[in-house]
Design a protein around this ligand. Sequence first.
Ligand SMILES: *Cc1c(COP(=O)(O)O)cnc(C)c1O
Length: 366
Amino acid sequence: MEWTTSELRQSRGVIESYRELLPVSASTTIVSLGEGNTPLIYCPQLSKRVGRGCQVFVKNEGVNPTASFKDRGMTVAVSKAMERGAAAIICASTGNTSASAAAYAARAGILCIVILPAGRIATGKLLQAFVYGAKIVAIDGNFDDALRIVRELGEGHQFVIVNSINPDRLAGQKTAAFEIVDVLGDAPDFHLLPVGNAGNITAYWAGYRDYEPHRKSASVPAMIGFQAAGAAPIFYNRIIERPETIASAIRIGNPASWKHARAAIAESRGAIDVVSDEEILAGQSWLARHEGIFVEPASAAAIAGLLKCCGSNEAAYSFQKIPEGSRIVCTVTGHGLKDPDAIIERMKELKPVAATVNEARRAIGL
Ligand SMILES: *Cc1c(COP(=O)(O)O)cnc(C)c1O
């Protein structure tokens, strides 16, 4: 017999959990790896930084099957692609979309083609696409070039495009907002997240709004997005030809969901802001050391952003006069082990000592 995840009494996957809110029917064969149901972690140290009795929670999307939130959308996109009889899926990627697409294609038994900017993909993510057996094409260009090529190849309908321009991806990604409301009993007051191609901020906003009429929540949050300073087209309101940032997952100069992101920010009375690479790396270290959560640089943009809202007068949104007891959720989008290069650099000082108790004592500083 074939076991399903619900029979195995595990996390059921986002389609089984939220079927009535997703574009699937009884006849859709679900391709799932048990994604979603990720922890919403209360963060006492971050809450203290905000002050005023506010509560900060981190939605840890790094614990999904391929270690990023992309799996939520991919289970829906690949299930729907199978329903339509697709033999192959294709995507452009800064890393995590290809890792996720490759895994779900392997699960479905179909081909996955990924178009990547050569030399610009974090080690762990490229390794994932490779091990799941994707057909990888590296181009001499950036992500925006890769997406342009994918759009053209996808037009022939030979391949189903599984970038976030595929509405099934965004439908699946809404489930993160549903989960947050289910856990908190209401929507938070503020939702902070990194913005790259702007699909996720679009999906969260749609998810919060979809859930309101179901009387699951009495309100919707203000959506506050953060871009890397060197890759901030929405903040600066112009296409960035050569986006640059250490946070490769948000190194995007011409986001596909630009208009939707703008609408989400305007309708929710939120904001868009930028954080520097220095702030991103500091946010990454801070979260690891103070809350025990290790995230990749792009995810740390949300934490850097939160710290900016608490401190800087230049922040697009100030938390200094935020209502007491506000609830803030930060989505951390991907796991830190995917992209260890910046940290490996800092570990170089680690030198072995002689294998004696005395030497170990000295090295510890006793
Ligand atoms: C894809 C991704 C983002 C950006 O999400 P968008 O929907 O493109 O805005 C941020 N962080 C990580 C880890 C990602 O994989």
